[in-house]
Write a protein that binds this ligand. Sequence first.
Ligand code: GLN
Length: 211
Amino acid sequence: MRIGVLALQGAFREHLDVFRGLGLEAVPVRLPSDLAGLSALVLPGGESTTMRRLIERWGLRGPILEMARQGAPIFGTCAGMILLSKEIVDGEEPVLPLLDVSVKRNAFGRQLDSFEADLQVPMLGDAPVHGVFIRAPVIDRVGDGVDVLARLDDGRVVAVRERNVVATAFHPELAGEARFHRVIATMAGAFDEPGEGAGRRRHPTRRAAAR
Ligand code: GLN
């Protein structure tokens, strides 16, 4: 299994470190050719406007959408969550509209520009997740097919999942939190080795080459 982390800008090294710390192979992605054969892709935090431009410039948009369509797990943190949202409130056009949510950039006023919070994430067990929020977005609207994974105490949604796409408004990778990465790795394993009847059409070239 090889997991890719989009490495155009932002906090990508920390994601690579978390996966490597779990004993997994993780590689930076800068070009469409880097996506070949990946089992999952992370879109890190950073600055979503800059990342949007670089995704367009390097021709990554179509290939990432195709990878997601095939069912590969995609994990976005902070700016990565913005890139994955179908609607950016009062903002630009969507980039990789894979999550049926509306996202609001820089949703926390100046006083709370950056903060940390312990969150209950039932999917990850009882121990709270320590989330680092840095000029973080928040999710305003959640579509029907979207599971809410975590909320702040005031009820605002800060982590979601829709099928193979997971996103957090915060940075788990900056807090030594590896459980989201483990979930992504488990999903990546299922993508690599589909059960009988899963009906998946992935990586025909890789399969053919293995024969
Ligand atoms: N504020 C940034 C944006 O809107 C996101 C911040 C982050 O990724 N830590 O793109």
